[in-house]
Unconditional design. Structure first.
Lengths: 219, 219
DNA sequence: TCAAAAGTGTTTTGCCTACACCCATGA
DNA sequence: TCATGGGTGTAGGCAAAACACTTTTGA
């Protein structure tokens, strides 16, 4: 144990999330050194006294995903005394949503996408952090806080994709006709006129979110 | 400007809130020394490396209100570089709900209750913090996140009181009959059998929240 | 022609809304 | 008896829920 002090180490962890085939995935980084060598961790950096949290989130996201995020969400701050074996490190967690296909391979780090319900072995308390943060994120998606749904579907999408993601997040099935009816009748989505022919079967029309979405939620 | 360092000063601010006659009020402390002498501030303490945020919130609440809080809510962390003139201080803000009549006068500090929409002159960026935190708190009350409504009405209350608070928070008027009907038909409240005869007019029946409240919201 | 996924309409149900009069009490 | 706030019921509209068949495409 060190001496009592009013100076604190603070790390900023960035949960880089995406929607992939209706699943919620996060981008993790493999730890190259001890402790927890070979385990996966949430990307992050230590905060200096000359940076805000937001600066660090931007840097981390660029470093790991090659993307400068336009928007970020502060999730929670963990201050447990035993988070790290040596000295207490405060962790401030942020979430950033990215389009998976804009993220290129990273040369400096070994990174990987993981389904939120199929996480690998993770270092420190990071698995607990991911689970807690995702629990609150779920609610935010369900109630569309800060228009967060749009971050996962910023451009066009099929109603099937959206429904699949929605059912995954809300853990409930919904009738396809009712789902579509609601979105369309409430004016949350608009047709783009394009079609998606990538899948087998009848091509699906593409939709995008309208500004009206921010006043409502799919719940 | 000091030198770049990875050590940070962190303060934990505790918004002690209550419901009074349908209004949301917070307990502030008058600053006795420069800077901002005579201005009001959110109570708080500097975090040491041997404490968690929760410990500090507990201590601050006891120090200011004489109460050990059972529950607290982490609201937001501010890391702007210019929050304080001398050096950057990170502020982590928590909310605690108390019953106003359990808070006794404080001998060590000058404290006062203020309506959230009638705040006094406040020091630092505390007024901005209060406003931002309250904005998110409002949503939490409206959607009853973490069963927060119950924290403001932990024991029995009249439906009139509750409606007044609700209309204040939601900034919308609601028909008395419909309000009562919803609460009762959804099973969110139950009669205690007691009556409140403190006011003039017909005595009002007292109700308390049921466990069912946590599954729903008044919205 | 078959498999796979997309698209569509109607009926029922329950909740939210609007709305006005009587009741119990203390002054 | 009056002023003050508390308590109650009904009808209409609208959105959610339940429910099954047809269409388009590529293989």
């Amino acid at each position: 144990m060190g001496k009592k002090s009013y100076y604190n180490i603070v790390e900023v962890l960035t949960l880089i999330g995406c929607q992939d085939n209706g699943h919620f995935q996060i981008l993790l980084k493999k730890k190259k050194t001890e402790p927890y060598k070979g385990n996966w961790i949430i990307p992050g950096n230590i905060l200096s006294n000359e940076e805000t949290f937001e600066t660090v989130v931007r840097n981390t996201t660029y470093e790991i995903a090659g993307i400068i995020p336009k928007k970020m969400l502060q999730n929670y701050v963990f201050s447990d005394l035993n988070r790290d074996a040596s000295e207490r490190i405060i962790a401030s967690v942020y979430t950033v949503s990215v389009l998976k296909n804009l993220v290129h391979e990273n040369k400096d780090y070994e990174t990987g996408w993981f389904d939120i319900d199929n996480l690998p072995i993770m270092g420190y308390d990071h698995k607990k952090i991911v689970k807690e943060v995702f629990a609150s994120l779920r609610k935010q998606i369900i109630y569309n806080t800060d228009n967060i749904l749009k971050d996962f579907f910023p451009y066009d999408f099929t109603l099937g994709e959206l429904q699949k993601f929605w059912e995954y997040i809300a853990s409930e099935e919904i009738d396809r006709r009712n789902f579509r009816k609601k979105l369309i009748s409430q004016g949350f989505v608009a047709q783009t006129g394009e079609e998606d022919k990538r899948k087998v079967g009848r091509p699906s029309k593409l939709y995008c979110f309208t500004d009206k979405l921010q006043e409502g939620s799919l719940k």
